[in-house]
Ligand binder design. Structure first.
Ligand SMILES: NC(=O)c1ccc[n+]([C@@H]2O[C@H](COP(=O)([O-])OP(=O)(O)OC[C@H]3O[C@@H](n4cnc5c(N)ncnc54)[C@H](OP(=O)(O)O)[C@@H]3O)[C@@H](O)[C@H]2O)c1
Length: 315
């Protein structure tokens, strides 16, 4: 049971994931949430991190700060991805241990699983085969963070847990077409085409791959649920367990945006992996299920997108 006035530090509180976790904590009545921007506290600086924990003494920690990026950035700067993420995790997890933090939640990413993992992917597929090479450096850092939580629990009895959220979407998503994920990219393309009265929108690939999407506020709700109710050694997948083809997703986004033209598929562009779905039976057995269905989630994300200043989104 977490006291409503317990001091909870959300590392990365302005990011897509961290900001949703802060919203969810506030909604559930938590009143003492703290955060620091990258500028205020550089988590790669061990002395600063240790000083911050000593001064603030947070009782609970959510580690949602990370150096993240798309395929391009991951392939060009793998040393930065492994170094920055490893050092952030080492600093925060060790400081949390030293300052007797009551519980810590670490956020993993779906790239942690082997490239050829069985579908849907169960938690115990971790470390059973080679990784996808494009973001291997990032994945190795993430796996080491998850394993670190497990081993601090095993050796010291620290209540440090980790989770693996599937593809997320929602407010604060990245709509820059050069670096964005599929959902915000589609929203942007259909909206641009609608405003320009364009006859068609071109999308990459064949549309046949299957993907799973989770609304970011549902993910945050699940994270808070795990903080409140889970203390196992193994990480927990957070997803819906439901999949949709990219073609099906495009039809839904088109409908929500209200674009009336055609969709053209550019099959010269790569499709990516044919299927990627989490096995969420563990999450369901702990007692959590998503609340926002895909069409409703897309509607909320599109409303948020329309409310933003155009120049902010194109950055
Ligand atoms: N997005 C997804 O679909 C998804 C899915 C599964 C898992 N995840 C995981 O969730 C975590 C967060 O991802 P996100 O999508 O929320 O990323 P994001 O929007 O880029 O946010 C990252 C946050 O980390 C902070 N940060 C980065 N480097 C820092 C440093 N050196 N010192 C202090 N703060 C630093 C940033 O602070 P500032 O705001 O101050 O710059 C920012 O708030 C990652 O571990 C990611 O793997 C994300």
């Amino acid at each position: 049971m977490i006291e409503k006035n317990a001091k909870i530090y959300v590392a990365g509180h302005r990011g897509l994931v961290g900001s949703a976790i802060v919203r969810s904590l506030k909604e559930k009545g938590y009143t003492n949430i703290i955060g620091r921007t990258h500028h205020e506290l550089d988590l790669t600086n061990q002395a600063e991190v240790f000083r911050f924990f000593e001064e603030e003494k947070p009782e609970y920690v959510v580690l949602a700060a990370a150096h993240v990026g798309g395929i391009n950035a991951n392939q060009t700067y793998p040393a930065d991805f492994i170094y920055i993420n490893s050092i952030i995790q080492c600093n925060v997890i060790k400081a949390a241990h030293d300052q007797h933090v009551k519980k810590l939640l670490f956020l993993g990413s779906s790239c942690i699983y082997p490239k050829m993992a069985p579908q849907p992917i169960p938690e115990d597929a971790l470390l059973t085969g080679p990784l996808e090479t494009t973001n291997e450096a990032y994945a190795i850092a993430k796996i080491s963070g998850m394993e670190m939580c497990k081993f601090f629990k095993r050796q010291y009895g620290d209540d440090f847990i980790s989770c693996m959220p599937t593809n997320l979407y929602g407010p604060n998503d990245n709509f820059n077409l050069e670096t964005s994920h599929v959902m915000p990219a589609m929203i942007r393309k259909f909206d641009d085409a609608k405003k320009a009265n364009a006859p068609f929108v071109e999308l990459w690939g064949t549309g046949s791959p299957l993907r799973e999407f989770l609304y970011v506020d549902d993910m945050a709700d699940a994270c808070v649920y795990l903080l409140e109710n889970y203390s196992g050694e193994q990480h927990v997948n957070i997803g819906t367990g439901k999949e949709i083809t990219i073609k099906g997703l495009a039809e839904l986004v088109k409908k929500v945006v209200g674009f009336e033209g055609e969709i053209k598929w550019n099959s010269d562009m790569p499709d990516g992996t044919p299927r990627k779905l989490c096995d969420v039976s563990k999450l369901h057995s702990i007692g959590w299920k998503e609340k926002v269905d895909l069409e409703e989630g897309i509607r909320r994300e599109y409303e948020w997108y329309l409310a933003q200043d155009e120049k902010d989104l194109k950055k």
